[in-house]
Design a protein around this ligand. Structure first.
Ligand code: FEO
Length: 394
């Protein structure tokens, strides 16, 4: 069933309360996810995006229960990734000639995924517009690399809605659609977690794009992303948040991440947390065992942090495989302006700290020279080094 968004704009997506992971298992979903597609019924009928392939038949049936598919004048594809385009093949079998408005790169991503179907593509660029009747038009804004090269946003005049695609969205299911219909703090946190794990590598482009959107001087009453809640109470709050997150964002927080074999490195992690709090009680300290916490949740905490401490025992001349995998993921997110320290226990050779240091440097962290390296279990000598390391880290 469609749900009204504003005037003649309706939500026609899929509220997925059971989604557990996204992007393979790279991103965990804690509160479901709204896959948002929209229907605009002015003199022209426009379908804005679709939903993920596993729900394609339900999506098409739902659409058919609301409208005669042959009355769809235009389809807008803001982004070709499968979670938004996955129902197109089933839909286009029924209405093969319907014009699809999208970027040139979306033609590539759609044809790459679904083959050359001969769909009726109309390539658009920033500033191009499409009249949809009743004096309203759609204005297209390319959002290249936010987060795919094919991404774009679409603005609906008079209703002043920015359909922002992945940007400004979050993975959360909201039955009432709008951010004021659910826990706003949770929605905002999920938006930040989404940014940290998916948008952060493109932060310089976010800064540029936010400026460009502001310069277009379009009144924005609502931001309708393709995942999660629609922003209507104060839609510019999330735009301002993006501008802030894109600019070497950090809070007064230090995150300690460790893996442990026989609990020696864990003891160091806990001692570090205690010392951070002792030296700077106002600083938020969080500690995570890399084997017991989802990597995207740790990344969210690191995104908020001004510094991190990372520990692993030496294993086979290296570090724990789980920590190596985590640091490989962290590197891809290209965080900037954060300090890091390394620590760990070893039995015989002790290369762990060196490996941690190299991986963190490659990940863009400013790794301090102080470190804690403990032969077998940490003793007084190692614990005595912690205050100086923490002082440097703060
Ligand atoms: Fe980039 Fe929601 O897909």
């Amino acid at each position: 069933m469609k749900k009204n968004v504003k005037n003649n704009v309706y939500w026609i997506g899929y509220m997925d309360w059971d989604l557990q992971t996204f992007h393979g298992d790279d991103y965990t979903i804690h509160h479901g996810s709204a896959q948002n597609a929209y229907l605009i019924q002015e003199e022209k009928t426009v379908l804005m995006d679709t939903v993920w392939a596993p729900h394609q038949f339900e999506f098409v049936e739902n659409l058919q229960s609301e409208i005669d598919l042959n009355t769809i004048d235009y389809i807008v594809v803001n982004h070709g990734e499968n979670d938004h385009s996955g129902s197109l093949p089933a839909l286009m079998k029924l209405i093969p000639d319907t014009p699809i408005y999208c970027t040139a790169n979306s033609v590539k991503s759609l044809e790459g995924q679904y083959g050359k179907q001969g769909w009726n593509f109309h390539v658009v660029h920033t500033g191009d517009s499409l009249d949809i009747g009743h004096g309203k038009k759609l204005i297209f804004v390319e959002m290249t690399f936010l987060h795919w090269p094919d991404s774009m946003a679409t603005y609906l005049t008079q209703d002043n809605i920015l359909f922002s695609m992945d940007a400004f969205g979050q993975h959360i299911a909201v039955e009432g659609l709008f951010e004021d219909q659910a826990n706003q703090e949770q929605i905002f946190n999920e938006a930040m977690r989404y940014y940290a794990n998916i948008v952060a590598p493109f932060s310089p482009l976010v800064t540029k794009k936010v400026k460009e959107i502001v310069a277009m001087d379009l009144p924005i009453d609502m931001i309708a992303p393709s995942h999660g809640a629609i922003w209507r109470e104060n839609p510019l709050k999330i735009v301002e948040a993006y501008a802030s997150w894109a600019n070497r964002y950090q809070e007064d927080q230090i995150t300690v991440v460790y893996g442990t074999e026989w609990h020696g490195t864990e003891k160091l992690a806990y001692a570090l947390a205690k010392e951070i709090h002792k030296q700077s009680p106002q600083t938020v300290v969080k500690v995570f065992n890399v084997d017991h916490t989802e990597k995207d949740d740790i990344v969210f905490e690191i995104f908020k942090s001004k510094a991190i401490a990372v520990g692993s025992p030496t294993i086979l001349n290296g570090i724990l495989a789980s920590m190596a995998g985590f640091l490989y993921y962290l590197k891809s997110l290209r965080f900037k302006g954060k300090k890091a320290a390394v620590f760990g226990c070893y039995g015989w050779s002790g290369e762990g700290n060196k490996v941690l240091r190299e991986m963190l440097e490659k990940a863009g962290f400013d790794v301090i020279s102080d470190e804690i390296k403990s032969s077998f279990n940490p003793e007084k000598e190692e614990y005595d080094q912690i205050p100086q390391l923490v002082k440097t880290l703060l």
